[in-house]
Structures are given as C-alpha cells and as structure tokens.
Design a protein around this ligand. Structure first.
Ligand SMILES: [Zn+2]
Length: 386
C-alpha cells in the first residue's frame, strides 16, 4: 500500500519493517494492529502507520505519569548512583536553550501534568505559565499554579494566537499524524521571533523507538529541519547530547517563508540509518523467537522493564518460565509489570537460569557488565542484538 510521507508528502511505496499484531505502545500496552514502518528517501523521515481512533487513544487511554506525583521517568543515573528524572532535566535544558526574557509568557503544549513547566516556573517565578492538552484528566495537576484562564483543553482559544514568547512541547510531535500542520499551529501561537522548544525521540540513538506503535514519527535531524522549514520556523539548534536518545530542538518564528535547504547527503544517511534499524528489528525478532524455544521451560528473568523488556516478555512468556523483571530504577523496584515483580538487578534469584536483556542495544553490554549479579557462572544471557 502506498502511503504519503508525514513530513514532505512524497509517496512511499513499501514498508521497511512489518510485524504481525499486536503492536506495543509507549505506555507498554498492546494494541491489536500490525507494526508497519516506512522510510522516506526525499526527506529522511521514518514513520509508523496510523493508529485506529487516535483521538480517543490520547483522551482516555494515554495517561502517562498520571498515577502519582512521584512517578517520573528515569533518564540517567548520575555518577553518585542517584537517578536523574526526566522532568528535572527537561526543565534545566529548557531554561538553558530558550534564554527566556523577564516576565515571558510561556505555553506547555501537550503538557500532560506539565511537571516540566512547573519546575521551570519554580526556578523562574517571573514566568507566566499556560498549559494545553487534548484531555481534561490533567486539570487537577494544573490547578493551584496555573490560573484557570491559562488552562486549555481540546482546542486552543483563538485569543491565544500570537501571544507566547515561548512554547515548549516535550515528547509530543512523535505522536502527531500531521507534524507540519502541528508545527504551523504552534507557530501561530508565538509572537514574531518567539521561540519553540521541542523534544522527541532520536531513533538513531534508541532503535527501540522505531517500533513504538503510537510514535507515528521517527525524526532524523534532516526530516525535523524540513518539517520546521515547511511550517515557517527557522531552526536555531538541534541538541542531540542533552538528553540520551532524544533530540532537543529550538526554532524561531519567522515572518518570511523559510528556505528549504536539502542536504542530499544528510538525507540519504538518515534514510540508510532508518533502514538499518528496521533490519535490526527483523533479526532481533528472529533471534528472540529462537532463544525462547532454546530456553523453553527454563526459569527466566528480563533485565529492563521498559519498552524492550516489555516486547521481550510478549515474545517469550509462552515458552519460558518467566519469573521477574530486573530494573535499576528504584521507583520501579517493588512494583509489578505484566504480573511479574520488578526487582533490583542485585536481587536476581539464584535459581534463575537465563536473563534476557531488554535494554537499548547501544548501551546494553555496558549496563550488564556493571551488574555483578549477572556475572554468576552458569547464568545464560540472551541479547537481542547480534
Ligand atoms: Zn519525506
């Protein structure tokens, strides 16, 4: 089936990766659709097929971080061993990259609980916070620090046009079916020369992102630049170092049309990279299916209770005696995931025969080498990457 590139509209004749249903979402739930991934040679974009009923998915199903104030995704472990949480880091990076004027009016678009904006405002009490999301579920989290008239759900009020010195939108654009029209909407809410800060997964740095069903977009630096230019936003910075596995981009509202500069080499490299990741998933699926048969009936644990670990669970639980997830995030330890306990890696039970490694394959070897409990003689380790 030929589909159109979500960024540049070029037709794409065939999928680069296909897997049968169910597909795994970013919330670690399964939906009953096949996974289909496409790569665009014209702009270097990669994309997944549409979700059925996308509006109700985000209104009523997608409740990231809503369960408790304390729940926050870990993004790194500091040198002293303490975890660093996503929203703390996003707030710090946002303040650094946006360089906000005193008293700036700022909007968190697709805010969720808007924890990042809240932390920015704690550091900068002069800011005027506004929030928007496509669900009313988050309003209790906004009350008390965002004035009611500065809260908006489902549709942005017309009076907000041209109003904001800055907009932040963290990990939203990857979910959007039409990213260029999404960016045009944001541009229209900015004052002239106002700045937009976006974050999104960098699939090249975290290949797991390629098969997340509700991540309709898998941007490359090249396709992100194209999308911004098409929307009348001049790219100032793409920072791929501030946040592991993600891009942070800053763009400025331009009053003139922004020239489309097509760096053919950069675009070809992005498309090649995306196809290489699709090939990785094909072989990882094969490899895991064969390991599940090889360790049939054995006592198993999965290291990592995030996307990779959840995906592994779905493919092995029919064959192996799957006992527990291991995770180094202390806030997940003690919880359950797919009806299994989540344990600190050091608490791996001695009778476990095999550990399946469900971590970013670019980082998995180093992470496992750092866990002495996983060095036990006789313990088999299964990797998804060759
Ligand atoms: Zn394209």
């Amino acid at each position: 089936m030929t589909i159109a590139c979500r960024v540049c509209s070029t037709p794409i004749a065939e999928a680069s990766y296909e897997a049968s249903a169910p597909a795994l979402t970013s919330m670690m739930s399964f939906i009953d659709i096949p996974t289909l991934t496409y790569v665009c040679d014209e702009c270097g974009h990669a994309q997944c097929a549409d979700l059925p009923d996308i509006d109700s998915f985000y209104d009523t199903t997608y409740r990231i971080s809503l369960e408790s104030d304390d729940h926050d995704q870990i993004f790194a472990v500091a040198a002293d061993g303490n975890p660093i949480y996503r929203t703390d880091h996003q707030a710090a990076v946002g303040l650094r990259l946006l360089d906000l004027p005193q008293g700036a009016s700022i909007l968190d678009y697709g805010a969720g609980k808007a924890t990042t904006l809240r932390k920015m405002c704690l550091a900068r009490p002069d800011l005027h916070p506004h929030v928007f999301d496509v669900s009313r579920d988050y309003m209790p989290a906004w009350d008390g620090w965002v004035a009611r008239e500065n809260q908006s759900t489902y549709t942005v009020p017309e009076s907000w046009a041209g109003r904001f010195d800055a907009i932040i939108s963290h990990f939203v654009i990857e979910h959007v079916a039409e990213p260029v029209s999404f960016l045009k909407t944001l541009r229209g809410l900015l004052v002239p020369d106002g700045r937009l800060l976006l974050s999104m997964p960098d699939v090249a740095a975290n290949p797991g992102d390629m098969t997340v069903a509700d991540h309709l977009n898998h941007f490359s630096g090249a396709s992100l630049k194209r999308a911004l230019q098409l929307a009348g936003l001049a790219l100032e910075t793409i920072d791929s170092d501030a946040f592991p596995g993600a891009f942070f981009a800053v763009a400025r509202r331009s009053e003139e049309p922004v020239a489309i500069d097509s760096d053919r080499l950069q675009i070809a490299a992005a498309a090649d990279k995306a196809r290489e990741i699709c090939a990785f998933w094909k072989q990882a699926t094969k490899r895991l299916d064969s390991a599940a048969k090889q360790f049939s009936g054995k006592r198993a644990a999965v290291y990592g209770s995030g996307f990779y670990g959840s995906w592994i669970c779905s493919r092995i639980e029919a064959d192996v005696d799957f006992r527990a997830f291991l995770d180094q995030n202390p806030k997940l330890q003690g919880s359950t995931h797919f009806n299994r306990p989540v344990l600190a890696p050091a608490n791996l039970h001695p009778d476990v025969d095999v550990v399946f490694v469900g971590l970013n394959p670019l980082k998995a070897r180093a992470a496992v080498a750092a866990q002495t409990a996983l060095q036990r003689p006789g313990l088999d380790i299964v990797w998804i990457e060759a």
